[in-house]
Write a protein that binds this ligand. Structure first.
Ligand code: SAH
Ligand code: DHB
Ligand code: MG
Length: 226
């Protein structure tokens, strides 16, 4: 079992199921040209995100960590005409590339991008009485995922989906010697989600062109209060 094999399987999935998507290919090209790191979700994961948003019937989506807007565009495409996606990005240079990509994808009207630290952005949204959101995609700095999760809970409707990316991190999640902030954050996030009343959560490990990682899917109960 190797990365090479995972790559070939992702390639096969791309050829058989995903097809070509010139807009998304342009997005990745423009992101690379802009010097952005190649850390967007994979095409297969992106389709999965989009399908999750459709299954959820999402009309309002919140994303933390825009990068070049690859996942943003996939999620926004799942929205109905009058649906809205709000995405928060710390890096102003990345945000410029993302804005151009989102415009080129024809989604400028549906997507709002705010530049700044996600934690401040979330607090501002709570103060504004924004939401409630149907789906939240947490994909910013990994060490703050537990804090983002707690704040996201204030912004979602009963029945919402909260998805966190990069939670397994090559398995360092369970490596007792791992002490990087991201891994510690993901461990804390699991502990927090596990003891939070009124939600149910699971983590699915993934392999593919983006290596060995995983995501956590949290479902907020219909009757959850506070
Ligand atoms: N969701 C994107 C990938 C995001 S990569 C996709 O799959 O296409 C993680 C992003 O989080 C980077 O763009 C990084 O600049 C941003 N980020 C890092 N720290 C942040 C913070 N404190 N607040 C908001 N965004 C942050
Ligand atoms: C990183 C961030 C991501 O969202 C990802 O999917 C992979 C890597 C990173 O910050 O290194
Ligand atoms: Mg990610």
């Amino acid at each position: 079992m190797s990365w090479e094999l995972w790559n070939r399987v992702d390639e096969f999935v791309g050829e058989t199921l995903l097809g070509s998507d010139p807009v998304l290919e342009d997005v990745l090209r423009a992101s690379a040209d802009g010097g952005l790191p190649a850390i967007a979700v994979s095409p297969a994961q992106g389709r999965f995100l989009q399908q999750l948003a459709r299954i959820q019937g999402a009309r309002s989506i919140l994303e933390l960590g825009t990068l070049g807007g690859y996942s943003t565009i996939l999620l926004a495409r799942a929205l109905p005409e009058d649906g809205r996606l709000l995405t928060l990005e710390l890096n102003g240079d990345y945000a410029e590339v993302a804005r151009a990509n989102i415009e080129r994808a024809g989604l400028g009207e549906r997507v709002e991008l705010r530049v700044g630290p996600a934690q401040e952005g979330l607090r501002a949204l709570i103060a504004e009485g924004a939401g409630p959101f149907d789906l939240v995609f947490i994909d910013a700095d990994k060490s703050s995922t537990p804090e983002y999760f707690e704040l996201a809970l204030e912004l979602v409707r009963p029945g919402a989906v909260i998805l966190a990316d990069n939670v397994v991190r090559d398995g360092s999640l369970v490596d007792p010697d791992a002490d990087d902030e991201g891994t510690l954050g993901m461990r804390r996030f699991h502990e927090l989600a596990g003891r939070t009343q009124g939600v149910s959560a699971t983590t699915i490990q993934t392999v593919g062109v983006k290596g060995y990682d995983g995501f956590t899917l949290v479902l907020v109960d219909g009757a959850r209060t506070g």
